[in-house]
Design a protein around this ligand. Structure first.
Ligand SMILES: Cc1cc2nc3c(=O)[nH]c(=O)nc-3n(C[C@H](O)[C@H](O)[C@H](O)COP(=O)(O)OP(=O)(O)OC[C@H]3O[C@@H](n4cnc5c(N)ncnc54)[C@H](O)[C@@H]3O)c2cc1C
Length: 340
């Protein structure tokens, strides 16, 4: 049932790392934020896809695992008391007669905002599923498209399918956790970073990982969602059975802008085109930052998204407080609420 509208200065769509930092940047300029995310936890790709992996290119953190980065960003945003609306997708975005924006979510939450920041990453992201009969009954029980905690797989016979970075990185990471780790790929060569592919080879030579190549998934066997075996086929269609407890298919993410594609914004190959100096989209008052935003020279890095959050916040201030002078100030001068 629709709730009464919640009013805010800025509605931020997406609680990934970039959306979370936008709360801070807006907060520093006195702008209140509400944040909406389709996932039921903050952190976007960092939380959903690689929480335990160290990130090495966050300035000031020689290494920080993705989950810790998200925890720090939440802590940094907390003094500005953002309201989070998690587990709900923004479905509709419309302009009101008084020039504000009305956002409506899949759970009926309605927000009225003076500006909108879209920090929706790759949109509604979901895994590319292998076309195996009955796979849905195993999903979430013994077939997983994401690994959030490697310990969950300790002592298990794990089949990993795929030839890219995720498949190779997780095979390496799970090699000392699983009772057996088997990697299926339809080619002899892996598409992963050369160092990772070399580590995979070394682990295979040491007998820690079984490379099942060139093979592809052909079927799954089991009952009540619990896998018993994965059937693989070679390029001639000859099959063999791998006894297994868990299947991890890593065939990439499907990018789906979802409802955002219907909002009339200028797009370039599923990304929102923005003016690089402000991150404003083709619509006045609607901004896009992070992975979803594009402009010449765009780098899809968390650190680029952080800078874009600062640019957008500064461009939003005059829209929310017209006529009020905005004096550029360092955080060292201003401080943050609750800290000296
Ligand atoms: C395995 C892996 C390793 C990586 N390593 C690095 C690295 O070392 N360094 C680096 O800089 N980057 C790395 N990246 C990329 C980095 O994770 C992304 O650049 C970053 O997550 C982008 O942040 P974002 O906030 O723009 O989007 P996201 O993290 O994608 O978050 C967007 C959020 O928006 C939500 N959303 C989308 N549409 C809607 C909607 N309509 N309504 C509500 N919510 C919505 C999604 O649910 C999601 O939670 C890596 C990515 C992967 C997959």
């Amino acid at each position: 049932m629709a709730e009464s509208a919640k009013q805010t200065d800025v509605a931020i769509i997406g609680a990934g790392p970039v959306g979370l930092f936008a709360v801070f940047e807006c907060g520093m300029l006195g702008l209140k934020s509400h944040v909406i995310d389709a996932l039921d936890m903050p952190g976007g790709q960092c939380s959903a896809l690689y929480p335990e992996k160290p990130i090495y290119d966050i300035p000031g953190h020689p290494a920080i695992d993705a989950a810790s980065l998200i925890a720090r960003l939440e802590e940094q945003a907390a003094p500005f008391a953002p309201a989070y609306h998690l587990g709900q997708q923004v479905e509709r975005l419309a302009r009101t007669e008084d020039g504000r924006f009305r956002l409506t979510t899949s759970r009926g939450t309605v927000l009225l905002a003076k500006a909108v920041i879209i920090a929706a990453g790759v949109g509604a992201f979901g895994p590319n599923r292998p076309p195996l009969d009955g796979i849905e009954t195993y999903e979430g029980k013994s077939v997983f498209y994401l690994v959030t905690r490697r310990e969950a797989f300790r002592g298990q016979r794990i089949v990993i399918a795929g030839g890219g970075d995720s498949a190779v990185d997780w095979a390496i990471s799970l090699a000392d956790v699983g009772a057996r780790v088997m990697v299926i790929h339809r080619r002899a060569k892996f598409r992963a970073a050369p160092e990772s592919a070399a580590r995979l080879d070394a682990l295979a030579k040491a007998g820690k990982i079984d490379l099942v190549i060139p093979y592809q998934l052909a079927g799954i066997e089991g009952a009540n969602g619990q896998l018993a075996a994965v059937v693989v086929a070679d390029l001639d269609g000859k099959t063999k059975r791998l006894e297994a407890d868990v299947l991890l298919p890593f065939f990439g993410l499907s990018m789906n802008l979802g409802p955002i594609a219907e909002w009339g914004l200028a797009l370039d190959h599923h990304h929102i085109t923005v003016a690089p100096a402000t991150c404003m989209s083709s619509a006045q008052g609607i901004f896009a930052i992070g992975d979803i935003a594009t402009y010449p020279g765009k780098l899809k890095l968390i650190l680029s998204g952080f800078a874009e959050a600062a640019l957008a916040a500064h461009a939003i201030h005059p829209l929310v407080h017209p006529g009020e002078a905005l004096h550029f100030e360092y955080s060292t001068t201003k401080g943050v609420p609750g800290k000296i």
